[in-house]
Design a protein around this ligand. Sequence first.
Ligand SMILES: Nc1ncnc2c1ncn2[C@@H]1O[C@H](COP(=O)(O)OP(=O)(O)OP(=O)(O)O)[C@@H](O)[C@H]1O
Length: 254
Amino acid sequence: MQPLCAGNSAGIETVGTVGQNSQDQEGAAVIELDNVGYNYGGGELLSNVSVKLAPGSFHFLTGPSGAGKTTLLKLCYGALTPTSGRARAFNMDINGLDRDQMAFLRRRVGVVHQDCRFLDHLSVLENIALPLTVSGRDITQEEANLRELLTWVGLSERAHATPPELSGGERQRAALARSVILSPDVIIADEPTGNVDWEMSQRLLQLLVELNHMGKTVLVATHDLSLIRAAKKQVQARVLRISNRQLQQAGADL
Ligand SMILES: Nc1ncnc2c1ncn2[C@@H]1O[C@H](COP(=O)(O)OP(=O)(O)OP(=O)(O)O)[C@@H](O)[C@H]1O
């Protein structure tokens, strides 16, 4: 299955020549946090966090509510800059990105936000196309690819619905479709299976696994340990856990 993204009739691009599911921590990383700390002002939330996301790897990020999962994801995609240490993406220092570099990062990293962040007055199709519109592309030229992407996430019948009319699972699938519309190398998803039933969480997991099988690097924050266990039967996933401000690799028991 090759979901097509707008302007990319050959299918979603893959990253370089690195093999699927590479967990190689020694080689080049698409995203790297090096001794990163973060503080919103009320004391350090994350401390000395180091992690490398190798091209084509699949990572879960878990930890208790409020541990800093969303914060860590934001550090990875440049929505926050570390208060100490260094964050790098695609060999750029996230701390000092100029406008063009930030635009590049936005294209290369697709984000599924916890709250989806749709514009409720636009249709599902228009919301999914929004990153194209924002980057000045003519979406009438992208219609076929948009339709194909909607079919991939199982929303072809919902193209003209508005976000408030969608179920939780439909919203998450629309958010996932939007995150890949610019054919990114990395997908970062924040609780993509929150508020959906088991069957739907398996369907969403399947889509993430398919993206990983195409060579995408995938980073998923989740509370759902059963989702992680199900994923580990399908992909070679590394599980990271935030505990006491630090990032640890979870044991094989997960
Ligand atoms: N913009 C902000 N300003 C101040 N504090 C913040 C901000 N965003 C998050 N926090 C605080 O940082 C802590 C970690 O929040 P974060 O959302 O990263 O945790 P989380 O592990 O993703 O939580 P959950 O699992 O509940 O989504 C929380 O105490 C939160 O209140």
